[in-house]
Ligand binder design. Structure first.
Ligand code: ADE
Length: 220
C-alpha cells in the first residue's frame, strides 16, 4: 500500500514515520509513504498558499489550486482521496478496514480556516476524526494512517486485531502484566490460575462491564 500525505507542515511527520510499528512496516515494505509539501505547488510570490475568505470573516483560507496540483502530482487511477476536516464523516474502525484494502490513499491536511470548498470536486470523501477542532489535518491524517497501517497483513499479529476493541461488539477486555501486586492493587486471581476456560469467561464478562460503563452506545 502507498499513502501520500499532502500538507503545509511536512516536518510534523518525522517522528510518526520513524518510530515503532509504522517505522517497521515501512522497513518491511508493507507500506510506502510520501509526504508532499503543498507549498511546492504554489505559483504565487513567496509560495503563498492561502488568502482571505470571500464574503469576509476571520482567518485565512487555503487556495484550491496548489492543493489540486499537489493531488495531481501523486494521483493514479488507483487513488482514493480523503480530505481531513472537522466537517467530514466520523472516522471509524470499519472505515480503517475499508481503507486497508486499497492500493493508494491520498490524505489531504487542511489548515487555517480550511480549504476553498471547490476542493470537493477533486476528492472522494471528507473525513473527521471526532467532534473537536484541531489546528490542522496533520494529526488526523496520522490517526487515519496509523489505524490503517496496523491492519495491513503482516504489520502486526492477526490475533491482536481479532481480539481487540470494536471487533465483534463492544470494547476489549482489560489486560494486566507483572508485578502481581502494585501499591496494594492485585491482578485478578483468575488470570494467574492457568485455567483457560475461566480466563476466557472472565475476559468476556469484564469486556461487557467495561463497555456498559464507558461506551453503552456500542451495545445498542
Ligand atoms: N482538522 C481539524 N480538526 C479536525 C478533525 N477533528 N478531524 C479531521 N480533520 C480536522
Amino acid at each position: 500500500m502507498r499513502i501520500s500525505i499532502l500538507t503545509l507542515f511536512p516536518e510534523m511527520f518525522t517522528g510518526f514515520l520513524s518510530s515503532s510499528i509504522i517505522k517497521r512496516a515501512i522497513e518491511k515494505k508493507l507500506v510506502q509513504f510520501d509526504i508532499v509539501n503543498i507549498r511546492d505547488f504554489s505559483k504565487l510570490n513567496n509560495q503563498q498558499v492561502d488568502d482571505t475568505p470571500y464574503g469576509g470573516g476571520p482567518g485565512m483560507v487555503m487556495m484550491v489550486e496548489p492543493v489540486v496540483e499537489a493531488i495531481r502530482s501523486v494521483k493514479t487511477e488507483k487513488s482514493h482521496i480523503i480530505f481531513l476536516t472537522p466537517s467530514g464523516k466520523t472516522f471509524k474502525e470499519s472505515k480503517a478496514k475499508e481503507y486497508a484494502r486499497r492500493e493508494h490513499l491520498i490524505l489531504i491536511c487542511g489548515h487555517y480556516e480550511g480549504i476553498d470548498e471547490r476542493i470537493l470536486y477533486y476528492i472522494d470523501e471528507e473525513v473527521s476524526i471526532g467532534d473537536y477542532v484541531l489546528t490542522g489535518g496533520e494529526l488526523p491524517s496520522m490517526v487515519v494512517a496509523d489505524a490503517v497501517v496496523r491492519l495491513i497483513d503482516g504489520v502486526i499479529r492477526k490475533e491482536s486485531i481479532e481480539e481487540e476493541s470494536f471487533n465483534e461488539k463492544g470494547l476489549d477486555y482489560p489486560v494486566f502484566t507483572k508485578p502481581p501486586v502494585f501499591e496494594g492493587h492485585e491482578v485478578p486471581d483468575v488470570l494467574i490460575s492457568g485455567n483457560h476456560k475461566l480466563i476466557a469467561a472472565w475476559r468476556e464478562k469484564s469486556a461487557l462491564e467495561k463497555t456498559e460503563k464507558n461506551r453503552p452506545d456500542l451495545l445498542k
